[in-house]
Write a protein that binds this ligand. Structure first.
Ligand SMILES: CC(C)(COP(=O)(O)OP(=O)(O)OC[C@H]1O[C@@H](n2cnc3c(N)ncnc32)[C@H](O)[C@@H]1OP(=O)(O)O)[C@@H](O)C(=O)NCCC(=O)NCCS
Length: 232
């Protein structure tokens, strides 16, 4: 078993996050873009790490030797952040009653292990906790992996933004997930989380019991006045 850690981005993780962004998106956001997320009270940017054993940690983790073997098996390319290794990241901006999901990515060596679902679950759980009413995002119509993931959480197509992606000139599909405060959404979240737990145990990942408390940002959270365009 390898312990996972999921928590808001910390300043010392900026280099690793930029590296992961490069690997997953070819450089969607710059370092200063991520720095702005650190400062923004309307942003919740979560990072997912594989925890390397440290003697002082409060919970029992696997030995660093085993984790090193696991990471070596996948030829881990992303820079470790001090003791840990970055597996994924996800972000939403709170805009009035909306959670605008701006980024979601899992390290290519660790995809299809339930980590993308875990990140999306955590973002939506937090959006619900913040009393937001709906979630939205843009996605390339060709991105079948992402589309299939979002559908599992009940996102559906609400429109298109023409020639939104500068790299390919593709349109963006606009996906929406309404009713974050409804019982139906809570049931969807519960089902999705069961699936996450199943995948994580299959792949030897373990979350600490307190993980939901750890994603709560210490930043005072305020909604931003309006949506800005995606950053380069
Ligand atoms: C999209 C992404 C975050 C999914 O992460 P992941 O960790 O592989 O996702 P999961 O293992 O939790 O898979 C969840 C579901 O997504 C879908 N999915 C993931 N990879 C897929 C693939 N290669 N082909 C088809 N469906 C896929 C499946 O429905 C999958 O569920 P299943 O395994 O039960 O069939 C990941 O592929 C990624 O980082 N892609 C590059 C960045 C990106 O495109 N982000 C989205 C921007 S909108």
């Amino acid at each position: 078993m390898t312990f996972l850690e999921l928590h808001p981005l910390k300043a010392e993780q900026l280099s690793a996050v930029v590296e992961l962004d490069q690997l997953c998106f070819g450089g969607l956001w710059t370092r200063s873009g991520y720095e702005r997320e650190l400062d923004s009270s309307s942003s919740q940017l979560l990072v997912l790490e594989a925890a390397i054993d440290d003697q002082e940690s409060g919970f029992s983790r696997q030995s660093s030797e085993v984790l090193t073997q696991n990471l070596a098996r996948a030829d881990f390319q992303t820079a470790p952040t001090s003791q840990n290794s970055l597996l994924g990241l996800g972000c939403f901006w709170s805009i009035l009653e909306e959670a605008h999901i701006t980024i979601l990515a899992v390290h290519p060596d660790y995809q299809r292990q339930g980590l993308g679902q875990l990140l999306l679950y955590a973002l939506l759980r937090d959006a619900k906790r913040r009393q937001l009413e709906w979630a939205t995002l843009e996605v390339k119509p060709s991105n079948q992996a992402a589309l299939s993931l979002y559908q599992k959480f009940g996102f559906s197509e609400a429109g298109r933004r023409r020639r939104y992606y500068k790299d390919t000139g593709e349109d963006a599909l606009i996906l929406w997930r309404r009713g974050l405060q409804t019982l139906e959404f809570e049931e969807t979240l519960t089902q999705c989380y069961r699936r996450v737990e199943h995948y994580l145990s299959l792949w030897g990942w373990q979350l600490p019991d307190s993980w939901e408390a750890q994603i709560i940002s210490s930043k005072p959270f305020k909604e931003s006045p309006g949506l800005t365009s995606p950053r380069e």
